[in-house]
Write a protein that binds this ligand. Structure first.
Ligand SMILES: [Zn+2]
Length: 144
């Protein structure tokens, strides 16, 4: 029996040179997005051009990993046997840019404590193929 906590089943992404910075940033504890050199806009999902200024000068950059729950839902349906239920699926707005948002899970707290406006920070869940899922947990005190 493994001492590590059981990880929930997840469909793994196909890691490509275009999205590798995002799926493998967790190896260094960094949440990374493409960022535009000229106008400094973060671009997600990855695209060949900045949607704000159309520049092709995009490069991965790490953000703080801090954000706010923009909206969420609680899933009560047990789609897979390994996952705890209910669990929270949230859209998290990152501090760096209000429209830089990720849909993910809020973990390490009771699902019914998740609320709009909750302050969260990224944590990473490592899976096969060197994939690191960005999840979010309450910033200290936020679950109270
Ligand atoms: Zn730009």
């Amino acid at each position: 029996m493994s001492e590590a906590p059981e990880k929930p089943f997840r469909l793994l992404p196909r890691v490509t040179p275009t999205n590798e910075h995002f799926w493998r940033g967790g190896r260094e504890g960094e949440l990374r997005f493409l960022r535009c050199g000229p106008c400094r806009e973060y671009v997600h999902p990855p695209a060949p051009r900045c949607p704000a200024c159309l520049s092709k000068d995009l490069a991965p950059a790490a953000v703080s990993g801090l954000g706010t729950v923009h909206t969420f839902t609680l899933n009560h349906q047990q789609w897979v046997p390994s996952a705890d239920h209910p669990y929270a699926i949230a859209v998290v707005a990152l501090d760096e840019q209000s429209d830089l948002r990720l849909m993910s899970n809020v973990v390490h707290c009771p699902a019914d404590s998740v609320h709009i406006g909750m302050r969260v920070r990224v944590v990473f869940e490592n899976h096969d193929d060197d994939v690191w899922f960005p999840l979010f947990e309450p910033v200290d005190g936020a679950a109270q």
